[in-house]
Design a protein around this ligand. Sequence first.
Ligand code: NAP
Length: 337
Amino acid sequence: MKSVAVNGYGTIGKRVADAVSAQDDMKIVGVSKTKPDFEARMAVEKGYDLYISIPEREKLFQDAGIEISGTVDEMLDKTDIVVDCTPEGIGAKNLEIYKKLGIKAIFQGGEKHDNVGLSFNSFANYSDSFGKDYARVVSCNTTGLTRTLKPINDLCGIKKVRAVMVRRGGDPSQINKGPINAVVPNPPTVPSHHGPDLKTVMYGVNINTVALLVPTTLMHQHNLMVELENPVDVDEIKAKLNATPRVLLVKASEGLGSTAELMEYAKELGRSRNDLFEIPVWEESLNVVDGELYYMQAVHQESDVVPENVDAIRAMLEMEEENNKSIAKTNKAMGIL
Ligand code: NAP
């Protein structure tokens, strides 16, 4: 049983903590917070040992009646690996601390690839992280692109990808990003960072992306145009995506024609926090015209990277050599379709 610490118990961190707890070969030794808010209180109520990132704030936690087990330094002493889920940019600073302590660490997509030196996706490059000390699970958008482009590349080869990324303005609880009422080219320059980011896990893929922010909090939405190396028909693509774990073919004609309805579907599945770990692809959108594949998909930004974090732990701690075995184990424990 391997020990895992989660540094930063926020949107991603709390989901990673629960996903790790659901596995039978790893356990959570602690989670961290800077603020004594309801999430800190609920972490303790759930049974997690809570550690504080800013030792000077101990009294604030005491005054709030939230029991702490120590500081992050003490948490790091007890673990085989840390999953850093702190806000963008803080992980790069934490990397120096982990290096000094000799602790393996997984970072999130908000950190720059170059700072960590290795990026991870369960399907594209699992074995590259086997036994490694530091890796970064690519962002929610890049994870979404990889989940569908990797199997398509395996099936028929990809000459070139163009993708238009329609991004949510903020997460549902991020009131500091709203209220919002605009469409924002983000960035206004082309390409956006998503294409280059995909190349950190799908080496050599030819892709360009443009991105927009829109006033929604539920999900991202992607529109892909993929020039194929070898001719295939749509049914072959459907069969391939159908057989790919963590990808769901959904039908607009069955009432799943929008991100709102997909979130309703996640609720109906009885998922904790309404999470949709899988990448839904609209079946009606799949079409091949003049050797070019078109399709549309959505990404639940708060949860799609979570199973990848579990697989990254297995790879880096050399718990499972084959990606398919780790993916299947993670999926079973998390109830992924
Ligand atoms: P978040 O919800 O803001 O959570 C961040 C957590 O880190 C909070 O628990 C916060 O604790 C803690 N924290 C804040 N400052 C800290 C510090 N100086 N030292 C240690 N911990 C600190 O952020 P998030 O959305 O989960 O994002 C985390 C990472 O995942 C980022 O790299 C982000 O780009 C990436 N990511 C996010 C999404 C998404 O849609 N949210 C999707 C994929 C990847 P307090 O609340 O107590 O301050």
